[in-house]
Design a protein around this ligand. Sequence first.
Ligand SMILES: [Zn+2]
Ligand SMILES: [Zn+2]
Length: 170
Amino acid sequence: MGADFRAVRNGMLAALHLIFPPRCIGCGGAVTDDFGLCAACWRETDFISGLVCDKCGVPLPGKNEGRAELCDECLTIARPWDRGRAAILYRDTGRRLVLALKHGDRLDLVPPLGAWLARAAEPILLPDMLVAPVPLHRWRLLKRRYNQAALLSGALARAAGLDHCPDLLA
Ligand SMILES: [Zn+2]
Ligand SMILES: [Zn+2]
């Protein structure tokens, strides 16, 4: 990206902020950056970090010592995938954001959630990986109007610099 383009883009962003000041993606309150959370929503968002189950990404007690650990559920239920990660716990702000994306047409949430996913998935991403979403059933697609999983996987792929194949799976 050239310096000229950046200057133009920054100028446009500044102009845009005069009309539309940046809003918290969780509650709509004023924030300083686009696609950010206010302090209160940030506190109520459980970002997953530390030791996690290598298959489903739930947080586990203990320290991350670089060994793959599995949660009780993944030890007893055969998962049809090898490794997995999750960015946030499905409660409080995290739950609100997911529901807003799924049912509230909040497409503005796609870039920040995609970036969070890319960060959470970073330990298991490999160069030249192909990113693909879980397909949505046709009637659900009609109801939800978008395949939110495909929007998220596209944002994840962009954030991680990987190729995206939205219709890989049927
Ligand atoms: Zn907020
Ligand atoms: Zn698990």
